[in-house]
Design a protein around this ligand. Sequence first.
Ligand code: GDP
Length: 172
Amino acid sequence: MEEYDLLVKLLVIGDSGVGKSSLLLRYAEGTFSEHHLATIGVDFKLRTDTVLNKRVKIQVWDTAGQERFKSIAIGYYRGAHGIAIVYDVTNEQSFNNVKNWLEQITDHASEHAQLILVGNKCDLDRERCVDRARGEELANSLKIPFVETSAKNSVNVEAAFSKVVTKVVEDN
Ligand code: GDP
């Protein structure tokens, strides 16, 4: 059996199509696929890391398409240490919906959960409609960290998750 000091449960939340499954696969397996992954219905992926001298087993949960109904099972939030709220920088609606996802988090997640705001698909600069500054401003108003990522080109994906994991390890 693999030994570890801490099990960290992370959730990836946001509208359908923003790239949640892609971020999870990039982080856990280092891969990317152009196809929409929602139908695969992955529950979670595991990754093991050493953070602040602790062996950490990281469980990253995907919503497996439930978010298409604009809400996800309450049980999904239970025990989550960290939550990445993802929008797509080429999709205004996905950015506007961040506040709805935040409401769900406030209602169902632990108040100790570490949050991060993630603007994904930053490789699609010509199609972008949400400026970096708007993401930053929203994150600042929520007092949570912010990153723009590309699951496709592997930009900042590692940084986004490791920011959350490090905070969780510091707290536990
Ligand atoms: P989910 O529904 O939020 O899980 O989104 P998916 O991970 O299934 O991604 C939806 C679509 O966006 C797929 O066609 C992905 O290939 C694409 N996609 C995801 N991340 C990126 C990215 O960083 N850049 C680009 N260009 N496409 C992406």
